[in-house]
Design a protein around this ligand. Structure first.
Ligand code: AMP
Ligand code: ZN
Length: 492
């Protein structure tokens, strides 16, 4: 029997602002859409946190035995700087600045995104569609919205009429905003745009002569608005009504509010049963963002190449650091905090090595089933990873007591216990086993230090091909070198 039949999962729904029992539309199946990155620059650690929150949610659904269709898109057109309707497309702007084809920009940062996801042990989504691959679907949706009288065309651009929509629907249902307040608090448009109201948003924009990303449409040669792509791709692969839609908290308004409006205008129904929003990763108390430069790149965690970091950290330590906070809480990044996370992670890994050595006994003095259920209870309570990690440390306590002979477990209980620890740590949280210390670690350290010396010598001899080869081959083996004034150190 699949586990979802016995586990009672509750999810916080941003739409109802309550924790609700999870009931999928089709029994045993979950359809989940998550807004993906806009590929005009490297993803930062904040982006990674949001995608990691949904990676763990995806992993838990899979563990419960659901068949999951997880769709996460790539935004490769239509996202205007500052999330506005006027101005330059983020990708087109980058292409102009770097004198590249827009698709070269898209390719470069999509590849980077995938490399980071792999390094941080993400499961790939079931479908990863691109906005540019779904222009036809987006045009069809615009036609429907115009036919329903809620879209209007001006000078080759098409806008969504929020005021008209609000006569029959609740624009602001997700974000809790009120259309009257929105209208009262906005300035006149001074004829700067073709919109009837400042709240209206673009469905299609006519491309200026110099705009390189353009497609033919019934209204003009142009490009789709940002919100439309997610409506097109989510409904194409998951249907007009699906289970879960996720993204970062900052996408709730306007992006997700506009998605709901587009769907309701087209089909008359709300598209999503559960809206999930992951909270922000901050640095120095401020949101990590690409545009402000207040960010850390995920790769810098692995190489230590950021002045805020005292050393290198493994991808699993970064994962462990982030999952120690609940996905709906703000998390502030600091060197102290990730150093502390590393200590905790090492304790967990040491205990896992010890667990393999524990011998079973005649009877159990620990209630393993109760402990196992408390792990499920943590995840069933809106994917509460910090509580799960606290339960895993209860498990660490058990391991130490068993090792000291102060408690005992039967063969059957030991098997349940080992399996549960393994499943929650590796399958659900997505951490990767790290050997902390064993008889071979001295040999390994000696060998790597020898290679570090050889690399130093190669550099002194200006044999950079060799020094780079040594560094790159060590990286390929998961061994990172960090150069500083004091010399070169390494981390596994
Ligand atoms: P973008 O590429 O800007 O569209 O962002 C990709 C995803 O990362 C979205 O779901 C954002 O909400 C999310 N995101 C952006 N900044 C942060 C941050 N500082 N912390 C967590 N998630 C973020
Ligand atoms: Zn989206």
């Amino acid at each position: 029997m699949p586990l979802y039949k016995t586990q009672h999962l509750k999810i916080y729904n941003s739409l109802s602002r309550e924790k609700e029992t999870f009931k999928p539309i089709h029994q045993g199946n979950v359809g989940m859409y998550v807004c993906g990155p806009t590929v005009y620059s490297n993803v930062h650690l904040g982006n990674v946190r949001t995608f990691m929150s949904f990676d763990v949610i995806f992993r838990y659904f899979l563990h419960l035995g659901y068949k999951v269709r997880y769709v996460r898109n790539i935004t490769d057109v239509g996202h205007i700087v500052d999330d506005e309707d006027e101005g330059e497309d983020k990708i087109a702007k980058k292409a102009r600045l770097e004198q590249l084809e827009p698709m070269e920009v898209v390719q470069r940062y999509t590849v980077d995104f995938h490399e980071i996801l792999k390094a941080f042990n993400f499961l790939p989504p079931s479908i990863e569609p691109t906005a540019t691959g779904h222009i036809i679907e987006q045009i069809e949706i615009i036609k429907t919205i115009i036919d329903k009288g809620i879209g209007y065309e001006v000078n080759g651009s098409v806008y969504f009429d929020v005021v008209k929509f609000s006569e029959t629907n609740n624009y602001g249902i997700l974000s809790g905003r009120n259309i009257e307040d929105m209208l009262a608090n906005t300035r006149d448009l001074d004829g700067q745009t073709d919109k009837r109201n400042p709240q209206d948003f673009a469905l299609w924009k006519k491309a200026e002569a110099q705009h390189i990303m353009r497609w033919p449409s019934p209204w003009s040669d142009g490009f789709p608005g940002w919100h439309l792509e997610c409506t097109a791709m989510s409904t194409k692969y998951l249907g007009n009504h699906f289970d879960i839609h996720g993204g970062g908290m900052d996408l709730k308004f306007p992006h997700h509010e506009c998605e709901i409006a587009q769907n309701e205008a087209c089909t008359g129904q709300s598209p999503v049963n559960y809206w999930l929003h992951a909270n922000m990763l901050t640095l120095n108390g401020k949101k990590m963002a690409k545009s402000t430069g207040n960010n850390i790149l995920p790769r810098e965690i692995l190489t230590g190449e950021n002045t805020i970091l005292s050393k290198t950290f493994s991808a699993s330590v970064a994962r462990f650091f982030m999952l120690q906070a609940h996905y709906r809480s703000i998390l502030d990044f600091s060197d102290d905090a990730i150093v502390a996370a590393e200590k905790g992670y090492k304790r967990l890994m040491e205990a896992m090595s010890l667990l393999a050595e524990i011998n079973p006994a005649e009877k159990s003095t620990i209630d393993i089933s109760k402990w196992q259920q408390s792990c499920y209870n943590a995840m069933n309570d809106d994917f509460n990873t910090p509580i799960l990690i606290a339960q895993l440390f209860e498990g660490v306590k058990f391991i130490n007591l068993l090792n000291d002979g102060k408690e005992s477990v039967t063969v059957a209980d030991l098997e349940i216990f080992s399996k549960a620890m393994t499943i929650f740590i590796y399958d659900v949280l997505g951490l990767q086993a790290e050997k902390i210390s064993d008889g071979n670690s001295n040999k390994l350290e000696g060998t790597v230090n020898m290679l570090i010396d050889m690399r130093k010598k190669a550099r002194e001899d200006k044999n950079f091909a060799l020094s780079d080869q040594i560094r790159d081959q060590l990286i390929a083996l998961g061994i990172q070198l960090k150069d500083s004034k004091e010399g070169t150190t390494f981390s596994l």
